[in-house]
Design a binder for this molecule. Sequence first.
Ligand code: ARG
Ligand code: ZN
Length: 843
Amino acid sequence: NTIYLCDYTPPAYLVEKVDLTFHLSPEKTRVISRIAFKPNPASQSGDFFLHGEDLTLLRASIDGQPVTPDVTDQGLTCAVPDAPFVWEAEVHINPAANTALEGLYMSNGMYCTQCEAEGFRKITYYPDRPDVMAPFTVRINGPHPVLLSNGNPAGAGDGWAEWHDPWPKPAYLFALVAGDLVAHPDTFTTRSGRHVDLNIWVRPGDEDKCAFGMEALKASMTWDEQVYGREYDLDVFNIVAVDDFNMGAMENKGLNVFNSSCVLASPETSTDMNFERIEAIIAHEYFHNWTGNRITCRDWFQLCLKEGLTVFRDSQFTADMRSAPVKRISDVIALRGRQFREDNGPLAHPVRPASFVEINNFYTATIYEKGAELIGMLKRLVGDDAYDRALDLYFDRHDGDAATIEDWLTVFQDATGRDLTQFKRWYEQAGTPRLSVTEEFADGTYTLTFEQHTPATPGQPDKGPQVIPIAVGLLNPNGDEVVPTTVLEMTEAKQGFTFDGLTARPIPSILRDFSAPVIVQRDTTNAERAFLLAHDTDPFKKWEAGRDLARDVLIRMVRDGAAPDDGYLSAMHAMLRDDTADPAFRALALGLPSQDDIAQTLYDTGTTPDPQAIWDAGQTLRQALAQQMQDTLPRLYAQHQVTDLYRPDAAQSGNRALANAALSLLTRLDGGAQAQRQYDAADNMTQQLAAWGCLLQAGKGDQATAAFYDQWRHDRLVIDKWFSLQVVHADPSQAVETCAALTDHPDFNWKNPNRFRATLGALAMSPAAFHRADGAGYALLADWLIRLDPLNPQTTARMCSAFETWSRHDTTRQAHARAALKRILATQGLSRDTTEMVGRILG
Ligand code: ARG
Ligand code: ZN
């Protein structure tokens, strides 16, 4: 069942226009399609095939004459004229029974759709592939006050509404929403004067959580005009919040559908991090209007064409709206946490995969986040002006196209004259390159020699050298920068770069701004790391120096039983007391590398990681930090309290982040007294949740846990946090039991993906608990994945990646994990999604 990129063939028929009529009914929705087809001159084949799944075909006709197609569970074939013709069909579908949340389904009584990647085929028979684009007219009949589809309104009356989308689009961008919804309205005028009606549609009761999302939308629209010269192209832009949703959000043309957790926000119910994420996702989906919709993908292998570019654009937007260094550091933390982990395990795949079984399994950190890093490298290599020119050419040349990575790279070649043949390897080779560095200094000349090596990944034993932009700066031993940031362009497997005219041996600052998604391996000392933490002018490297220090300290604690390193403790203390540094930066710098990062580093250096020992070392180190800083913490905590009216902006968020980081350490000294005071006084979720987390960690959370539930039992998104935090902050020896007990709670609605992820996903994200030596973590997750799979394969398959690091552990843990995975695989009728994931994980 594997699909290969190299097997691509153009569609046999193109669609000139689509008319759809829906008669909504929960168990029997009638869908009437009228589709104008014409043979594709670019195709050899005359075979007429329409995708279709879980459909009941009632009738079909061609040019008005009834036909009897050959129907399978994948779709239908039919004899057709060798000339343009009109296909008509009527099908029944059952939205109420659609628990997979693909196609047309119901959530709390409202109808909604999710068609990317291949959900439209569950709505009607259609060539459900992204290279078939057409204008759509949609008529919805239903008793609901709000009836929405893509494009512009084209008429409405009692029990019906019609929509017309003039922009040709693939079926995956189709959307329909119907329900008892209320709007948070606004307007936007584009720079050429188009008046656009904006709406965020929510269930009654959620109206007060829309204002922030609306501001983010307007900011995104302005930003895309100013930075990319891209204007909106319809008269309306609708966003709908849906409670049951497999992913974050979806960029359907003119009708974005959002997981309610990714759009609804208020200071009382959302944390600063929630606000920032919502702003970014609104921007991301809006930016897709050009990078995804106006220019779409030829086939699903090209997914990174729209996702990598759109993630890159939303990161630029966040950097502009907030703090660029903080955004860059946060992105690197996320990349290492999710994408490096993926790239170093059995699920590693290229940014543009060459094959897949189920495309839904490829909405991954590699395609999204590494895909965005490739755009960043390209921009760094060609320069900002050339990047702008290339993007203008891309929009010019490919507007209305279903494009490929080759098209994208050709645009850059044509705009800049640069040969990108070698750069393309970044799209084709999986795995994280290791970049080792040696240095020499003699007679004022300093030489940095780099060697690159990418480990084997599934199906790719050998890799060629890649183009690596290495941003480097050099510092003098007195802390002055002697060579400002310079981008070295590495193309060989081994390559040296020299710097002349130096008076002393410099301290190098390598891979500034994280200029390439690689792992730098260099022998260095903790004294040098502390020096860079104090003096580097590049904020990312400054942060990275602290991170490297902490990693080294933790590794020695876990591996050699060393004590917390004094050099590290005093370097951190100095960093924290530097009031000239951004509080948000200091909060980030105080964080420790993830447990997974430590495990991977140990594994890479020949030590089998013990998740419990890694957790213990983290606890010991945090305790030592708290002790070291005991005089500073109360002052720091007080100094960064925000007294102004709550605003989720970068400045206030940074202060709260630093105060809460201080509170967490303080709790290790005062047993939770300050945390309890903060919990009792909190008037925003950032403060409340941080305080409750501290209390849970200190084992003093019971009272707050009960109070939190009583206060928020009516708010499903806050109750997701209630489920999640209890697992996250449980002692690893108890987290499995805590998680299992929560699955017995009356509010544990396991059919809701948000609630399922909040509970079981939280376990999967707690390494010491999930990888418990007796296998209880694996067994609990496997039980629930087996239960969820028949209802919702997509969410089940995604959560299987919790197991992706299984084979780096000891043989006892490996045996437990293998048994759990095999038990999943042996389940009768297991979905294609989950079968592919477990199969790949087992290797
Ligand atoms: N295109 C969406 C986004 O990144 C994600 C939708 C993915 N959906 C899915 N079923 N795989 O904004
Ligand atoms: Zn996207």
